[in-house]
Design a protein around this ligand. Structure first.
Ligand code: HEM
Length: 307
């Protein structure tokens, strides 16, 4: 697919393509059952008011989208359901209604935006996940490995992450979020060579392992997928999070269809029929999981300004 399939009128919310800053914050909320649609839309509109140098992107779970915009539903949009792996691990489902992805360079400005969002939403929604993320040196995950290297660049980000023209929800994205808790004590007991076998890239220089050196159980082997010759690329914007006791990666990815993400998850879990699973799952545990629809800027405006 070429980038020409994305017309100028189908512009994603600006936060999607903005270069990652040093700070991020994630809010997952459930709408109060008795809040009315107009009240919710007013709150969302106040929540997203632009602030200098901070991006406030908003996305919706399937039920919430149905509630707020019953006129149309993106074809793939569904709630995330628990996935059980042949590797003995489970990816839990914690689907919620509204997701705010707030990010920028300055942690203080990001926090001011978080307070704005929370204040605007407090009468219509309960906040169930409230998590601060940060960019590490060289965009390294807390395992010490650089994260995001194989992400598509330039216009290829649009091809991977944005629903193409002609499909319902064009200009928007399907989103997957998953909070992982790392077990760094166990991971750090491995030799660097063993760690590299788990990830599929070298640690210091971040070079992809090649040929026989690349185990089929490495994270890269499980997530670098082609179907009928087409690379199932997604656009990842994860960050590390946490403190001394609990820490890990808030995995965040955008895709033009949900299959790209579910295929990777099933391959990680050992459910793809080739007998392999992702050895990274021995050292990190998925604590949450949700699918979202992030509408284009114009579809979000249409939703929030229709009152
Ligand atoms: C504990 C959680 C995770 C950690 C620490 C992690 C870390 C990494 C690292 C270090 C890389 C190699 C560098 C890069 O290309 O970014 C990578 C690659 C990748 N990861 Fe993850 N990841 C995690 C979860 C996931 C999940 C849940 C998915 C899929 C839904 C995923 C999809 C990918 C993809 C598509 C690549 C690039 C593969 C390629 O084409 O080379 N990751 N990840």
């Amino acid at each position: 697919m070429s980038s020409s399939t994305h017309s100028q009128s189908l512009i994603p919310q600006p936060g999607l393509l903005a270069e990652p800053g040093r700070s991020a914050h994630y809010l997952e909320m459930n709408l109060h059952p008795d809040a009315d649609t107009a009240e919710i839309c007013t709150a969302l509109d106040r929540a997203r008011q632009s602030r200098p140098e901070v991006y406030i992107a908003v996305a919706f779970g399937a039920d919430a989208w149905q509630r707020l915009q019953p006129a149309w539903h993106p074809a793939d949009l569904q709630s995330f359901g628990e996935l059980r792996g042949n590797n003995g691990y489970t990816m839990p489902a914690t689907q919620r209604d509204v997701f705010f992805w707030i990010h920028g360079e300055d942690q203080g400005e990001v926090m001011n935006a978080v307070l704005q969002v929370h204040e605007a939403m407090r009468d219509v929604a309960a906040t169930l996940l409230d998590l601060n993320g940060f960019k590490n040196r060289e965009a390294r995950d807390l395992t010490g490995f650089v994260d995001g290297t194989a992400n598509p660049k330039g216009d290829k980000r649009l091809d991977a992450a944005v629903i193409p023209e002609g499909e319902t929800g064009a200009g928007g994205s399907y989103v997957f979020s998953q909070k992982w808790r790392h077990h760094l004590q166990a991971f750090n007991q491995l030799s660097v060579h063993e760690q590299e076998q788990v990830i599929g890239r070298t640690k210091q220089d971040n070079v992809e392992l090649e040929g026989d050196a690349m185990p089929p159980t490495s994270h890269v082997s499980r997530t670098d997928v082609k179907i009928d010759g087409v690379g199932q690329k997604i656009y990842r914007r994860s960050t590390p999070y946490g403190g001394a006791e609990e820490h890990g990666l808030y995995f965040l990815a955008f895709a033009c269809n949900l299959r790209r993400i579910s295929v990777q998850l099933e391959r990680m879990l050992g459910n793809s029929g080739d007998g392999y699973s992702d050895h990274l799952m021995k050292y990190s545990t998925a604590l949450t999981g949700a699918y979202w629809f992030m509408p284009s800027q114009s579809d979000l405006n249409a939703l929030l300004i229709r009152r």
